[in-house]
Ligand binder design. Sequence first.
Ligand SMILES: *[C@@H]1O[C@H](CO)[C@@H](O)[C@H](O)[C@H]1NC(C)=O
Ligand SMILES: *[C@@H]1O[C@H](CO)[C@@H](O)[C@H](O)[C@H]1NC(C)=O
Ligand SMILES: *[C@@H]1O[C@H](CO)[C@@H](O)[C@H](O)[C@H]1NC(C)=O
Length: 568
Amino acid sequence: MLYRLVLLSLAAQFVLGKPVERSLEVHESRATVPPGFTLIGPASAQTVLNLRLALTSSDTDGLIETLYDVSTPSSANYGQHLSKEETEQFLAPTQESLTAVNDWLAENDINATTINSAGNWLAISVPVSQANDMFDADFSVFTYGSSGQQSIRTLSYSIPSNLKGHLDLVHPTVTFTAPVPKLPVQIKKYNMTIGPSALAEPSACENGYVDPACLQALYGIPTTPATESSNYLVVTGYIEQYPSPSDLEARNSFLLFLGNFRTDISRSTTYTVVEFDGGEYDPSDPGDEADLDTQYTVGLATNVPVTFFSVGEDTTDGVFGWLDTANYFLDETNPPSVITTSYGSNEDELSVSVANNLCNAYAALGARGVSVLFSSGDGGVSGSQSASCTDFVPTFPSGCPYLTSVGATQDFSPETAASFSSGGFSNYFSRPSFQSSAVEAYLEYLGDTNSGLYNASGRAYPDVSAQGVDFIIAYGGEFYTVDGTSCSSPTFASIISLVNDRLVAAGQSTLGWLNPFLYSTGLSALTDITSGDNPGCDTNGFAATTGWDPVTGLGTPIFANLLTAVGL
Ligand SMILES: *[C@@H]1O[C@H](CO)[C@@H](O)[C@H](O)[C@H]1NC(C)=O
Ligand SMILES: *[C@@H]1O[C@H](CO)[C@@H](O)[C@H](O)[C@H]1NC(C)=O
Ligand SMILES: *[C@@H]1O[C@H](CO)[C@@H](O)[C@H](O)[C@H]1NC(C)=O
């Protein structure tokens, strides 16, 4: 046996020979170590890196053109969403790209695994020494803040010149994400007593707190159950945060969320869980974010099936699991009609190529008919979390135009901007046409204020907003109130799910990518929020005003007007 193995490996060496010398060109780089990270030293030569390679998609322009065509209300093809196979044709690499990249990998004796069904993402495992040679890189160990969490990254990498146009990116390389993408919900104890029968809680926002009845009254959200089981809503969850069915329902016969706030529906109404990338589900160890997100979807989108998508911490996608999540749903034959995510990061943590690739995955989901919603962030103009800064810090993925970014409001009559509501202008994505006139009007209003602190040519966000302060949640068997755009995205998502339910019942398509609709016929379905601002970076940030603004977007939803705007 040993003899046979030796012979085989000799034969392999003879056939493969030495890798062909190829001229390398720098593909992506960073000038300096990003803030928060410290360089420890070179990574050990034998450490095996799990890298992802994105092959250039064969027709990204075609994908975006088709996305607009099926998402713009005035288009003849509005609502004609694509199948999985049709979408994959745009995302898939050309045969030429596939051959070029595979030849190069074979020369280097590397086996790649295709990790998504479109075939534009490959995974490889290579020792640091080989990766440093192949990519003319300097893979090193970095730590983040005082967390002690280590990551291996490089400040620059190159690819063979003849792979330009075929190999889109190598990852994780120059993407330096902070360990935790959580938006910091502010949580406070709420002294509502739990008991075996529902409390006669004041509703309709009477006591200043937000519960389902408050949102139903404020936005006209119906309590009538949805009827279409194909129309399901996904809540994504990361960092080992799990929801608790007993917080949602009751614990030891003491009523909790639904038992107090939705006495009109079955107390056993619940969600399903998908565990992914090593994600787990331990309902005995609930997280506030996961409880919030499930309680304000199950509790608002009455009878819409809700799936909690639990992504594990051992994801190796280098962007918190967002890339794996997008690919998972693109690989589904029947994707959800709405996905809401209450996590975010700062845009500059991701490389431009990674941000673009992920944004195109959201575009592909939109083309499939999925509305992708993200919280805009909780740091005002200072980024996803409040931080010191000079220039305004755009958040990700809100800067991607192909998803809907949701900011936060507070107070009820009238609603005003919540001061933590992140908003501003992307440095990576340019302003899309659907928001040109809305954003130009704001820039005119703004004049010289904040001049030089933001990128006026960038995609502007958020797109819309919803309440985000003093939401009552049940958490760990007790009641708390929480603040954050984490409250706003599930709320807006639930409303869109209920509109989709009516559309499906009427034999029509779901809304899919919302933005071209929201900035045109959907405008009449939103209440413009005209006061408040989002301070940060030692400024007052941006002010909310008449029309779109980078604090509350176009405004908050009016359910009945949404139905009218979609023709129901
Ligand atoms: C590549 O795959 C082949 C066949 O599965 C295997 O024999 C070989 O050892 C693999 N090479 C590497 C570098 O993993
Ligand atoms: C909490 O309890 C105190 C004293 O019992 C009461 O004055 C206060 O209004 C309560 N707060 C809330 C939010 O119900
Ligand atoms: C401003 O945004 C544009 C994209 O709209 C981008 O090309 C440019 O690099 C950005 N400027 C800065 C300073 O980041």
